[in-house]
Design a protein around this ligand. Sequence first.
Ligand code: CO
Length: 436
Amino acid sequence: MSRKNKENETSSYQDTSYLEGLFDFIDHSPTCFHAVANMEEELQKAGYQQLSEKQIWQIKAGNKYYVNRNDSAIIAFSIPKKEQKGFHIVAAHSDSPCFKLKELPELSIEEHYLKWNVEKYGGMILSTWLDRPLSIAGRVVYKGHEGLLTKLVNINRNVAVIPNVAIHMNWDMNKGIEYNPQTDMPPLAGSIKEKGAYLSLLAKEAGVDAEEILGQDIFLYNRDKCGRIGLAGEYICGPRLDDLECVYAGLQALVKNEPANYINMLAVFDNEEVGSGTKQGADSSFLRDVLMRIRGGLQLTEEQYQCMLAESFLISADNAHAVHPNHPEKTDSVNKTYLNEGIVIKYHGSQRYATDAYSEAVMKDICKEAGVPYQVYANRSDIAGGSTLGNILMAQVSMNTVDIGLPQLAMHSALETAGAEDLDYLIRALSVFYNK
Ligand code: CO
């Protein structure tokens, strides 16, 4: 390859425009609550109207809507004016593994240190949370004039760190450590002089009095920002890529495309990392409830609605594992994926991924139409692998479903790595899906 061609090749990685939006979204979404609030802002700008589950819906063909549940899950939909053959749904999740602060979070150590009492949220790689600047964010519920109100909070500065034990105090450290979440993971939040500051810190951020706060969902988050990495900037590094990368791709595709003959939907659920079994998780009635209310609003008969479901298609988008550069033996010898080589279609013999011959064909056809590459993934037959949204959702509302994702490394680390080009592939493929 000539030098000039090589330069041209690397320059494609330097077009960062579509990545900047992702970086901005993730950097401003330290928790699932913030991710949903940021999505709502973008949906409103694109003409989507907010609905409340507590009110009667007056929905009309030709309009666009969104509804959230628990401020941490959201379903947006856009109804074509003339004909609604069925639903085209993209599903993803808003949560990522992290630490949740316990209700009484302050721990004092030897009358010198103040630590925060945390517990695990999801299956994270514990060691990756050590020795990096951390902060806290989430929501508080307080008593206002009109009853109980919710406010998002983000302390948004470096406030805590989980320090490693020095190598001189544990010479066996590099042989591998079993971390105990109760004793090894509480972060150092300051000197003992700050004892009692926690609630007033949240109150100040929320703009309320500390005594007014009656409830809190507060999480520890990694302060690292998203950015490019690699000699040619060919990779991206950042927290929460699983699954905010797919959430962002779904959102971009939804707002940039008008529905053709299907109702376009984006369904983002919370609590995927802890099994989805909550009122705002994929195993809840949320999607089914929204579909039933759309059915009511459009005055569809039961029979018409069932026909529409049979015509519908769901793309469950949750990140996938790329071959690890130091441990290629961890993946199947053939059904394996690489960064920047396209959308990953996931398969699982026991159907933990919902992909089947029909749904894989639909997905491959979409990728071909979009002109984007795809690759296939199956776990090694002797490694269990993770689970995702697709098959859980199908127990609630059944339709043809494919499980896909973008390839990434170090899933559930505090800092994950993915390809700089793959996001664009997914936005393009989902755009074709929403236009079909
Ligand atoms: Co995920």
